[in-house]
Design a binder for this molecule. Sequence first.
Ligand code: PMP
Length: 469
Amino acid sequence: MHLSQVQSNLVYKKMSDINNLRNKMDAVTLEMINLLKTRTDIAKEIGEIKKNIGKGVTDEEREDNLRGKIIQVSKEIGLDETLASKFLNFLLNESIKVQSENKQTHLSIFLKAKSLEQKGKKIIHMEVGEPDFLPPEIVKKSLTEVFEKGFMKYGQAKGMPVFREALAKYVSKKFNVEVTNENIIVSPGARFLIFSAISTLLNPGDEMIVIEPSWPAYKDCALNAGIKVRTINTTLEEKWEPSIERIKNAINTNTKMIVLNYPNNPTGKILPEKLQDIIIEVAKENNLYVLSDEIYSQYAKTNWKSILSYNYEKSIVTQSFSKSHAMTGFRIGYGIASKQVIEKIVKLEALCLTNVSEPIQYVAMKALDADTTNNSKIIQKRLDKLSKKAKELGLEFIIPDGAMYIFAKINQEGFDGVEFANNSLEKGLAVAPGEGFGNYKNFIRISACQDEKTLMEGMHILGNMMRDS
Ligand code: PMP
């Protein structure tokens, strides 16, 4: 036989080996798909039962238990633990998705309230966090100026240089830190920045720590990007302060980020400085990104310290004009981070938006000159009044240190916030069910975004409902 004939026979044999192995691999993959179907069906069944008995979707203890078993088996069979955990995270997220369908949050109650209003029903809105007052006067004037100033074109994805320059100065002065325009990224509201940061800095299978109760979008953004959320529950009894031990226990090689939001939505909590210092220390030790959503800093009543003051290169701070300047509909916010982090985040903004609307950036830049201290005073006064009334009604809560909400427990046997929020709509009051913020079935969130008289009317309806139930 010629040498080339020998070679060709060898290649033929090897190809046949590859084909055999590929057939085996296909069979394994198909088996996994069948098993995935079985697993998803079981998850759905569990979801139905959880819904019926009013149990929340997330069960950290149960997940941890399974995680432990998987790590053990991985060790025994010689499979990389990180890979096994990532695969488990994918499966857990799929279960959460099927069990979270039709979850009721403040947004679903808001939409229901809106459709009832269209039918002529009067509703008092204490479910949304949207200031009822107008943006600063300068905003109106700048809107008419935009045309002649020429801010109307495509621009840099990071934001207009002149605006970023102004923001850098504003942030440096306000928070007593040193940042430059290279540390600023403009976004259409803080929400998109949070989405972009989570989606670009983390990879599918990675883990992110969220302290609950929390604004639901952090979890939703993570789920959308295939990232597993590790929930740290806090309680009213513990004054909404997270346990460092629990945070440490939740960290493993896949953990890449921790999310903080103080002053907090929905509890109004600001962490004691010492506790916040320790959390940042733990984040640094474990090389975690710290995504600190500080959009309620304008409404901090007591001592509050921005995460910027730690000078940590892996922190991303989000800010917004929505609450501080009552500019929700303008959709404008910004982030502060290291140049390297911004370079990563901006890629998604460029891909999705090209740039944030130039006229709106101009208007927001002008709004930086406005004095917004009166906004804080108004909200503070309302929160004081709401707190007094809520106490009279026997609600259990901590007096908010900031933000625009009271997160209150209604201590009645079998109380269900979702049911209560739906029933109260019929009585002309919209409140947010606690379940939208985590496993807090017997809580509701009341927001201070109406004038005092309207808020008291709302509390009157609430009191009547509590008495009648
Ligand atoms: N973060 C928190 C904690 C919020 O409550 C909200 C809105 N309610 C946002 C971010 C979103 O803000 P923006 O309007 O700037 O997107």
